[in-house]
Design a protein around this ligand. Structure first.
Ligand SMILES: N[C@@H](CCC(=O)N[C@@H](CS)C(=O)NCC(=O)O)C(=O)O
Length: 213
């Protein structure tokens, strides 16, 4: 079998999501650490939106994290990342969608402003945007996640799933940007993120991606 390649820098929340799923399923692969910015034509031919991640396995090219995870789940069904019951399965897919849109836009964008803008684009962070995100958008996201989680161990059906893989990933970028979840205001959510990040499929990845203290 051709050894699969995961294109994309480790620091991307979408690449991390795929890395965690691969670790959970015990799938071996190579990683190119491709940046989406200024990517060569050869990469853009594989990923026409010029985004990361992109999965390459022989002739098969999949340039989107959700499509990659769907493929992995069918190709390597054990251990499963999707619940077998239709309702919980659909809820897990909803949380993947919410993680990749609103949660990533909110948490990873703080990272983008504080880390990527100054280092990659040589621009100052947009402080007004950061302030608005932290005081308005982020609390709405955390309130919603906390209300869905309740006192559950995981987000869907009491078991680790794709929902947790996707939701916990942008929190790593949020932490790298110097932020944390206020455990007084959102105690269950703060404990949930810590619990998911401590799982065997997540812990080495989080440890490798967070800057050394
Ligand atoms: N829907 C895509 C989103 C991927 C994405 O937005 N990746 C970011 C890096 S974290 C990217 O490549 N950004 C470059 C750009 O938008 O130009 C997925 O799930 O793979």
């Amino acid at each position: 079998m051709t050894r699969p390649i995961l294109h994309g820098s480790n620091i991307s929340p979408f690449v991390r999501k795929v890395r965690v799923a691969l670790a959970y399923k015990g799938i071996e692969y190579d990683n190119t650490q491709q940046s989406p910015f200024g990517a060569p034509a050869e990469y853009r031919a594989k990923s026409p939106l010029s985004k990361i991640p992109c999965w390459e396995e022989g002739e098969l090219v999949l340039p989107d994290s959700s499509v990659i995870l769907s493929y992995l789940e069918h190709r390597w069904p054990e251990p499963p990342l999707l619940p077998s019951e239709p309702g919980p399965r659909a809820r897990a897919l909803w949380f993947e969608e919410y993680a990749d849109t609103k949660v990533a836009e909110t948490l990873a964008m703080i990272f983008f402003q504080r880390v990527v803008r100054p280092t990659v684009f040589k621009q100052d962070p947009d402080e007004a945007f950061i302030e608005k995100t932290l005081t308005e958008t982020m609390p709405e996201v955390f309130d919603y996640l906390a209300s869905c989680l309740g006192d559950g161990e995981f987000m869907v059906g009491g078991a680790f799933s794709l929902a947790d893989v996707a939701l916990a990933s942008p929190f790593v970028n949020f932490f790298i940007a110097g932020e944390k979840v206020d455990a007084e205001r959102w105690p269950e959510l703060a404990a949930y993120v810590e619990r998911v990040h401590a799982l065997p499929c997540y812990a080495p990845i989080v440890a490798g991606d967070l800057p050394r203290r």
